[in-house]
Ligand binder design. Structure first.
Ligand SMILES: Nc1nc2c(c(=O)[nH]1)N[C@H]1C(S)=C(S)[C@@H](COP(=O)(O)O)O[C@H]1N2
Ligand SMILES: [Mo]
Length: 197
């Protein structure tokens, strides 16, 4: 379906989670239409269980520290891509701007186009999580979530929400789009958390 898959070289085998095959391409996996957004209209809204809700413009986001991330990408439909190179704003750097209420336990990620996905606060507040605007040194292509997507590399890629529009902090877990349609609430590829029981 996505061209040819291959088995990892021996030295990479430990990087491929169970049940996954490698691809050198970067397949596009989108449910529904692909939003077209101009940078001037992009907003990132942070709301819910926070002391003060905040909205970030593109300029606000670019003024935050910028970081690189090289990470493997694992789709639950069984393809993995090693060493994807992203650049953007670390979730932890964004969250320096936000004071969470003590009861915040989970986050529901909202996207332009209506897609949602859920994360526990523990899975969200990790150093490697990135709001990416650049892929392999180029502006993030629209089909891959440009201008701005979340990258959560330790979980299956459906958690890496494209065209992200906001973070809603919650005092208890609320499931997102795929999670209400049979996918696992967490999605750790190393534990093969593909589907809910
Ligand atoms: N907004 C949005 N984000 C999304 C999706 C989607 O349909 N809509 N698909 C998810 C799934 S299932 C995967 S595997 C990855 C795919 O990212 P890619 O298209 O850049 O490969 O995006 C995730 N993020
Ligand atoms: Mo996926």
């Amino acid at each position: 379906m996505f061209g040819h898959f291959f088995k990892p070289k021996t030295h990479d085998a430990h990087r491929v989670p169970p049940g996954q095959v490698l691809t050198e391409k970067f397949p596009v996996l989108t449910y529904g239409p692909t939003p077209a957004l101009r940078l001037e209209e992009v907003r990132l809204e942070v709301k819910g269980q926070v002391e003060e809700a905040k909205t970030f413009s593109w300029a606000d986001l670019m003024a935050l520290p910028q970081s690189d991330l090289t990470a493997d990408f694992h789709c639950v439909t069984r393809w993995s891509k090693l060493d994807v190179e992203w650049r953007g704003i670390r979730v932890l750097d964004l969250m320096q701007q936000i004071r969470l209420k003590p009861q915040a336990k989970a986050v529901l990620v909202h996207c332009y186009g209506g897609y949602t996905t859920n994360l526990s606060l523990d899975d969200f507040l990790l150093e490697h999580n990135l709001l990416a605007h650049t892929l392999f040194g180029q502006p993030l292509p629209r089909e891959h979530g440009g201008p701005l997507r979340l990258v959560v590399p330790h979980l299956y890629a459906w958690k890496s929400a494209k065209w992200v529009r906001g973070f809603q902090f919650l005092d208890r877990e609320e499931l997102g789009f795929w999670e209400t349609n049979g996918y696992h609430r967490r999605g750790d590829p190393w534990k093969e958390e593909r589907f809910s029981d």
